[in-house]
Design a binder for this molecule. Structure first.
Ligand SMILES: *[C@@H]1O[C@H](CO)[C@@H](O)[C@H](O)[C@H]1NC(C)=O
Ligand SMILES: *[C@@H]1O[C@H](CO)[C@@H](O)[C@H](O)[C@H]1NC(C)=O
Length: 500
């Protein structure tokens, strides 16, 4: 099983690291050599072209410890530029490597680039993914975990095992076909399946567990568009961490995981010896897609007792209200430690004066007969020079500062622009995302975490501020904005230069 392999690789890496850290007092280094290629995969039972890393789909899991230096040499053997983004991992010192267009140059075909990333003062569950050209629809993603340093308290006992679950919607067509659909002026159709760790045919994979033991599951939605619900037959999940923050430990029977989000839960194997289904299904769409995988109790001789379709299909009458309520229930454990021994609640975000309010609203439109998406009426066009470089070397004419308005201007149509929103060092922003479209939106503030202080249906008004959670909201990098609802965040601006 691949879990065993990971364990062996992990041990070998730990040995390498202890040797290096013996030699130098610097933070430990880990080295990766990755080759990105096309390859045949059949997640839905039909062969299609996928993107592999070192022959693997999904790509290898990155294991690291707080403050580690990760040196990742990526060789691009595709026929197109390739760019990896380290979702939610904050590269404060080297944000030019965080792998979104504008901060990092893509790796040209046939070339390689070495990312040098320090996971400074971070813990938690994340994933990496390719951020250009719909590559994510073909693979190139993998788990990324940052473990606590020894002797830093973690608010739960060491689990008996630690599993990554990468879940996502999936198409039978490869990324080039999907890109062509958008360029022909159409929206993407409904996906054809849902995957768990690259598999979409039920009962393809199972994990073996021991009765009475507790395991950690790190679940990330690596898909393109759809919110997915994650549940385990007969078992409760105790939420412990969200994108690097230890949470108030509450029990959930199922979790809505929106595109780009990562959750980590503890599951105690406290049920009779048999097999249980792990079920992932789409939400907020009329036609439900569903996939399952199996938890196998080591002493069990029975195979699973039910088919995936019968697994507590407790679909709430109002999915949206249920989901909003769940999102609001996720809070920070203020007294637990994060990456450092001091409590993660010692930063009182609720007392900081807001310096600016942004209302961001997305829209979809046809521009020159191509399907395009915009924020406050501006659809981003890549410039010929990465924005960070243009900013650093003061190259004029690459981007237009302040070209996205602070508020939506409805009825003005869509503009195409290499748009950049300016912010001042130490600004504290209130950002309101509004969604008037028919699908759930996910916003990722690359390189930043923000406090999700509220989420509701309807249009935001100043009165919404009375409902803000200014005490123990969760700090994360990605949040959903549901249909006809808005979410409100505060974020701190750490950096002087413009990006993202
Ligand atoms: C490309 O890879 C070679 C070895 O495989 C390495 O020596 C070189 O430094 C890499 N170049 C970049 C730009 O990362
Ligand atoms: C918060 O963390 C503290 C410190 O580890 C722990 O004792 C407490 O039980 C946690 N509280 C909740 C509600 O999760």
């Amino acid at each position: 099983m691949c879990w065993w392999l990971n364990g062996a690789v992990w041990t070998m890496m730990m040995m390498t690291i202890s040797i290096i850290s013996f030699v130098q007092a610097d933070d430990p280094y880990r080295f990766f050599d990755w080759r990105v290629t096309y390859g045949n995969i059949s997640p839905l039972g039909i062969p299609q072209r996928g993107i592999l890393i070192n022959g693997q789909y999904p790509g290898p899991d990155i294991y690291s410890v707080t403050n580690d230096n990760l040196i990742i040499n990526v060789h691009n053997d595709l026929d197109e530029p390739f760019l990896l983004s380290w979702n939610g991992v904050q590269l404060r010192k080297n944000s030019y490597q965080d792998g979104v267009y504008g901060t990092t140059c893509p790796i040209p075909p046939g070339k390689n680039y070495t990312y040098a990333i320090q996971v400074k003062d971070q813990i938690g569950s994340f994933f990496y993914f390719p951020s250009l050209a719909v590559h994510k629809a073909a693979g190139g993603f993998g788990g990324f975990r940052i473990l606590s340093r020894p002797r830093i308290p973690v608010p739960f006992p060491e689990p008996a095992g630690d599993f990554t679950f990468l879940i996502g919607d999936w198409f039978k067509h490869d990324h080039k076909v999907l890109k062509a659909i958008l360029d022909r002026g159409h929206k993407l159709p409904l996906p054809q399946g849902v995957l768990i760790n690259g598999q979409g045919v039920s009962y393809m994979s199972s994990i073996t567990v021991h009765k009475g033991k507790t395991y950690r599951f790190r679940i990330s939605n690596v898909g393109l568009q759809h919110t997915l619900n994650f549940r385990i037959q007969g078992h409760q999940m105790k939420l412990v961490e969200v994108e690097g923050t230890h949470t108030v430990q509450s029990m959930y029977t199922s979790l809505d995981i929106h595109v780009g989000q990562s959750y980590s839960v503890l599951v105690t194997m406290d049920q009779p010896d048999q097999d249980y289904d792990i079920v992932v299904s789409t939400k907020f769409v009329a036609k439900k897609l569903l996939v399952s995988s199996t938890i196998h109790y080591s002493n069990s001789r029975h195979s699973h007792s039910s088919s995936a379709n019968s697994v507590h299909v407790q679909q709430p009458a109002d999915e949206l209200d249920w989901s909003i309520k769940q999102a609001r229930s996720i809070r920070t454990n203020l007294t637990a430690s994060g990456p450092r021994p001091n409590p993660q609640g010692s930063y009182h975000y609720g007392r900081i004066k807001i310096s600016r309010t942004l209302i961001l609203e997305s829209s979809a439109a046809l521009v020159k007969r191509k399907q395009r998406y915009a924020i406050n009426g501006v659809s981003f066009v890549p410039g010929d020079t990465p924005l960070k470089l243009a900013d650093y070397f003061k190259i004029k004419g690459v981007f237009k500062m302040g070209s996205i308005p602070d508020k939506p201007r409805r009825g003005r149509g869509m503009r195409m622009e290499t748009s950049v929103m300016g912010a001042h060092h130490r600004d504290f922003l209130e950002i309101i995302f509004q969604n008037r479209e028919k699908i759930v939106q996910s916003y990722h503030l690359d390189g930043y975490s923000f406090w999700v202080v509220g989420t509701d249906r309807g249009t935001w008004s100043k009165a919404s501020r009375r409902e803000y959670n200014l005490r123990d909201a969760i700090s994360r990098s990605t949040t959903q904005v549901q249909i006809v609802s808005n979410s409100i965040y505060l974020t701190k601006n750490f950096k002087k230069s413009s990006q993202n």
